[in-house]
Design a protein around this ligand. Structure first.
Ligand code: F6R
Length: 358
């Protein structure tokens, strides 16, 4: 289905898309290109220690996913570990030989700010990625290198900017070469396969909608180096469509969770696949599919497309982001607001004033 036809198909639902989240999701290739152009100049400019022992990428929710994406993207290539962290503190083993990248789109997320405070106490080199808030203010005051991302977006919709900003940081720190160029090239690839990705996103949205209508909640199965894509689908369904969805990792789920398919269940399954799976992955995924078929579990496979890891990973992100927004529209739900998250943040703000701890 052509983009215009797709938009026409969803036109009657699109009225609820108050912040044009669908248009934003569709522009992922353009945003990746824009981000890689904006931040590529930072590679030679950011005052960072070269060759840190590892890079810790701290953030929550929409500001966490970029670190997980980067870990998958560079799983085989990076000379050092990239460790995504979604906690209020730093493990004791992190010291001044590591590099911390603190990512918070709003700049006001308490968990991430606590990590930054702890890093300052332990003199751990830090970079901030944010659109503003307290994190930007602290970065300026404390002379922490600051990478600004465009403001006015939902954090999850700023993924292309946050992931290209992160890529510039790890390239500047010497973990990998030519990453910004590869991201730009992957953006071109995504433009070329837009139609295919759109069709995959649309059929996944419709399939998920039917499953939810039938009372079946999805478990998304994924494996390294595509964990971030599977996890992205789960969290995008949560935040955009306001529905439960669960995420599971192969091979670990083979050693415990698959037993659940022996009992009664109200779940469906989405299985992430990619070309070039090594045999030790391929056989496990085939077993899973046969197991689900045998137990009568409604399931669907989504296949990455592309020649290299970045292309494959981004093709999944692209399809999943679109699917989660179309699912919201099919339900007549506005994808943008996250009222329950907002009320939690307000509740915490009334009780904890992190700015007084600085
Ligand atoms: C995504 C979203 C949340 C936030 C998370 C952390 O759109 O709204 O997942 O990303 O609550 O907030 P930030 O990103 O501002 O640090």
């Amino acid at each position: 289905m052509r983009i215009e036809e797709l938009l026409a198909l969803y036109a009657s639902h699109a009225a609820v898309d108050s912040q044009e989240m669908l248009a934003r999701a569709l522009s992922l290739p353009a945003d990746i290109r824009d981000g890689s152009e904006r931040y590529s100049t930072l590679v030679d400019k950011l005052p960072l220690p070269r060759d840190p022992e590892s890079v810790i990428v701290a953030g929550m929710g929409g500001s966490f996913i970029g670190g997980l994406f980067l870990q998958d993207a560079l799983y085989e290539e990076s000379s050092k570990m990239i460790i995504p962290l979604r906690e209020t503190g730093l493990p004791g083993s992190v010291n001044e030989r590591h590099l911390l990248v603190a990512v918070s789109y709003s700049g006001n997320t308490e968990e991430t700010l606590r990590v930054v405070l702890e890093a300052r106490r332990r003199r751990i080199p830090t970079v901030a990625v944010t659109s503003g808030g307290l994190l930007a203010k602290l970065a300026t005051e404390w002379k922490i290198p600051l990478v600004e991302v465009p403001s006015g977006l939902k954090p999850r919709a700023a993924f292309p900017y946050m992931c290209t900003a992160l890529a510039a940081v790890v390239e500047a720190a010497g973990l990998v070469d030519g990453l910004m160029l590869k991201l730009k090239e992957a953006a071109g690839f995504l433009e070329n396969v837009k139609q295919e990705v759109l069709d995959a996103g649309n059929s996944l949205a419709r399939w998920l909608f039917e499953q939810y209508e039938a009372g079946n909640f999805p478990v998304v199965y994924s494996y390294r180096p595509f964990l971030s894509a599977g996890y992205r689908l789960k969290t995008q369904i949560n935040e955009n469509a306001k529905l439960h969805a669960f995420f599971s990792e192969i091979p670990e789920a083979n050693h415990n969770e698959i037993m659940g398919w022996e009992g009664p269940f109200r779940f469906s399954a989405v299985i992430v696949r990619a070309p070039g799976e090594p045999p030790y992955v391929h056989h496990r995924m085939e077993f899973l599919r046969e197991l689900l078929r045998g137990r009568g579990v409604k399931h669907v496979e989504v296949h990455a497309i592309g020649e290299n890891q970045l292309q494959k990973l981004l093709s999944l992100f692209y399809a999943f982001d679109i699917a989660s927004i179309l699912l919201a529209l099919l339900r007549g739900t506005d994808p943008a607001p996250t009222a329950t998250i907002d009320s939690l943040k307000k509740y915490l703000e009334e009780r904890i004033d992190i700015s007084r701890e600085i």
